[in-house]
Design a protein around this ligand. Structure first.
Ligand code: UGA
Length: 434
């Protein structure tokens, strides 16, 4: 079976590489020529643990290739996955221009016996619109929708061991071909769920919005914990032990970010309105999460007795979460810029050494490691929960800093262990007693 994947962002590249690892012949296509050239050399453009090894292995095995020529790549393929971006527009709706320009391009030479599968996250009704778009051009091709549920930083494992595979189909042929594509997962008893196109499209948004809401819920509980002397980590533990609730996505912090939750919650609320349906829970999730960043700034100011002017603040971690170099919609951007506005001098250390991060901030110093970046700091703030911050030698860190104040916005430490190292400790969802 020959597979073509159009778009080499997180979803497209990880899917293409993993399909080749399943044993299929895969061509990944992107219209960014320089990206294609470096991919051919085995250079992975994103920070994604494990992806480089799998990519090199499958290029060497001759199962994985890269091309910037869509028309060539779709001529004699059996299945085409569209995995291009659907970023937010200023009104919150999803921008479908990349999807339709890819469809327009492939329509010029596509093998009409192939199955066309949309993997990009698209509003309900889009896959049918793609079908109509192609019919208008005389192309009657089977279409399907197959959402991707991989998390950045754990994308390869999520692809290889998914909780489920959702396949929106409207023909027996699409069902047969997609069953073959995901055949390698049968050995792990992965549930494969066939639905209508609309149901599959909505499943993706509903999943992301629910997870975003869960994170926002625990952040609101965290606010209450601070006011009533409860501990949000323990509340999350108590809640998560209930199997109906589950223990995932109950980690309080500076609010969700990244390229998916903010974009998908906005798009869901937007297209629901177009169907005449209001989604107050989703809208409140968006509002509450946006407000959270400012709330974190106020917390920092409060702990610093109202001012950070001329204070040296060392930031540990700026990517939107650990194990990625992705800065898209990272809470750190708004928080750091606000602290700078209040006169703070910022030093940042991020284990990804992300170029995107370097571009996101001006007038900051960059540390080479966690300890050096905290030399003479008045405040140390943990903004991303990278593993290497989880077991730092706090006594050593204490020697480096000026004022021993540790603000942990990811709750990776507990008060007793930090305070026994001589730090004043402030976290999220736990009362602060100086
Ligand atoms: C998310 C979904 O988890 C994936 O299933 C989905 O496939 C993907 O979006 C997508 O639509 O492509 P991702 O954005 O990579 O994945 O990252 P998550 O691990 O979900 O984290 C999202 C945000 O929530 C991060 O800012 C993270 O720090 C925050 N978060 C997550 C918390 O604050 N607390 C938690 O307990 C979990």
């Amino acid at each position: 079976m020959k597979i073509t994947v159009i778009g080499t962002g997180y979803v497209g590249l990880v899917s293409g590489v993993c399909f080749s690892e399943f044993g299929f012949n895969v061509t990944c296509v992107d219209n960014n020529l320089s990206k294609i050239e470096s991919l051919r050399k085995g250079i992975v453009p994103i920070y994604e643990p494990g992806l480089d090894v799998l990519m090199s292995k499958n290029i060497s095995a001759g199962r994985l290739e890269f091309s910037s020529n869509t028309q060539e790549a779709v001529k004699d393929t059996d299945i085409i996955f569209i995995a291009v971006g659907t970023p937010s527009q200023t009104d919150g709706s999803a921008d479908l221009s990349y999807v339709f320009s890819a469809i327009e391009e492939l329509s010029k030479s596509v093998n009409k016996d192939a199955v066309l599968v949309i993997k990009s996250t698209v509003p309900v009704g889009t896959t049918k619109s793609v079908k109509r778009f192609l019919l208008d051009r005389g192309i009657d091709i089977d279409v399907a929708f197959n959402p991707e549920f991989l998390k950045e930083g754990a994308a390869v494992d999520d692809f290889m061991h998914p909780d489920r595979v959702i396949l929106g189909i409207e023909s027996e042929k699409a069902k047969k071909v997609l069953s073959q594509v995901y055949r390698p997962l049968y050995v792990f008893n992965v549930p494969i769920v066939f639905t209508s196109l609309e149901t599959a499209e909505l499943s993706k948004y509903a999943s992301n919005a629910f997870l975003a809401m869960k994170v926002t819920f625990i952040n609101e509980i965290a606010n209450l914990c601070e006011a009533c002397n409860a501990d949000v980590n323990d509340v999350a533990l108590a809640m998560g032990l209930d199997k109906r609730i589950g223990d995932k996505f109950l980690q309080a912090g500076p609010g969700y970010g990244g390229s998916c939750f903010p974009k998908d919650t906005s798009a869901l609320s937007d297209f629901a309105k177009r169907f005449g349906v209001s989604m107050p829970l989703v809208e409140e999730t968006i509002r509450s999460n946006n407000a959270r960043r400012q709330k974190m700034v106020e917390k920092i100011l409060r702990v610093c007795h109202g001012t950070v002017e001329n204070k040296k603040i060392s930031i540990l971690g700026v990517t939107f979460k650990a194990n990625t170099d992705d800065m898209r919609d990272s809470p750190s951007i708004e928080i750091i810029k606000a602290l700078q506005k209040y006169g703070a001098k910022i030093t940042i250390y991020d284990p990804s050494f992300s170029d995107q991060a370097k571009k996101a901030f001006e007038n900051v110093s960059w540390g080479q490691n966690a300890y050096d970046s905290c030399n003479d700091a008045d405040v140390v703030i943990i903004l991303t929960d990278w593993t290497e911050f989880r077991a730092m030698n706090l006594k050593e860190l204490r020697k480096r800093v000026g004022r021993p104040l540790l603000i942990d916005l990811r709750n990776i430490y507990n008060e007793k262990e930090v305070e026994s190292s001589g730090f004043i400790y402030c976290s999220v969802g736990r009362a602060f007693n100086e």
